[in-house]
Design a protein around this ligand. Sequence first.
Ligand SMILES: Cc1cc2nc3c(=O)[nH]c(=O)nc-3n(C[C@H](O)[C@H](O)[C@H](O)COP(=O)(O)O)c2cc1C
Length: 324
Amino acid sequence: MLLKIGSINIDPGLALAPMAGVADHPFRVLVKEQGCPLVYSEMISAKGLVYSNRRNRALLHFTERERPIGFQLFGSDPEILAEGARIIESYEPDFIDLNFGCPTPKIVRNGDGGALMRNPALCGEIFRKVSTAVSCPVTVKIRTGWDENNINATEVALLAEENGVKVVTVHGRTVKQGYQGEADWRMVKIVKENLTIPVIGNGDIDSPQKAEEMINYSRCDGIMVGRAARGNPWIFRAILAWLQERKELEAPGAEDIYEMVLRHFKLLSDFKGEKIAAREMRRHAAWYVRGLKGASAARQQLVRVKTDEELKAIMKELLRLNSS
Ligand SMILES: Cc1cc2nc3c(=O)[nH]c(=O)nc-3n(C[C@H](O)[C@H](O)[C@H](O)COP(=O)(O)O)c2cc1C
């Protein structure tokens, strides 16, 4: 499953989804170490980039080992998005992705993210302005439509293709659905059938078998994993082993989880400082410990974690509980 983003070849086309509050530099390093061929940044505000002097350096930071990497932009004003894309390009990511799917009320109220699905004429203008503003490839991530009565992913995807966009990712839900219900992969398949540029399928891929199902069903050129990667960077290695060697890898054990949590915290701490790292690690750790004996008691302690030592102590206790 070769995915081409302009002249960049990604084989197989397997990606970590852009996820605000999750897909930051430390987490991307961890998924890369597990073999993930492609990563996206958290979404970055075009307005923030253009109008703020104090650019969010944490959002824009990446290292060579994260390549190929796409930085994701959100906004709705074509000129500001084009200017934001130019600023992002100066940081030299491999490509720029446009967010046409975020359902968060604050974003949609501003006409950004998923709200754009309601305005195909504006979509076309954004695609044209942004793709001509930069020399790196521009891609877009869309939903199936605004709501079930307004399914228009094919129309928006065709506009993308006609206006210089190199890849379209389809998340098989409407904006109104948010993250509820099951993802509808039919629209991934239909968009793929109607486009000549590559299509990435997204929504509910949470196992190697589901990854294979999405590929076989939709014939997409790439797949993207979001929520199932939280607290589980190993999922990429597992998907690769299944797709390439038909091998089922064993799930990580308590010791693997212990080591990954501490390593994740170390990367976060080095990058954002111990205080912020501890706050952010509470969520990540709660995802990592899912399924372990004693996880719910550990979670109650994790929400108060402030230091490396506290985290280590909770994780050590979990390791003890799960090794006997
Ligand atoms: C916490 C969280 C943050 C997200 N942030 C973004 C984002 O910044 N940009 C984006 O395009 N999608 C974002 N998404 C949507 C995911 O990229 C993905 O489309 C969605 O979760 C469906 O895929 P999944 O079923 O594999 O999780 C986010 C999802 C979650 C759960």
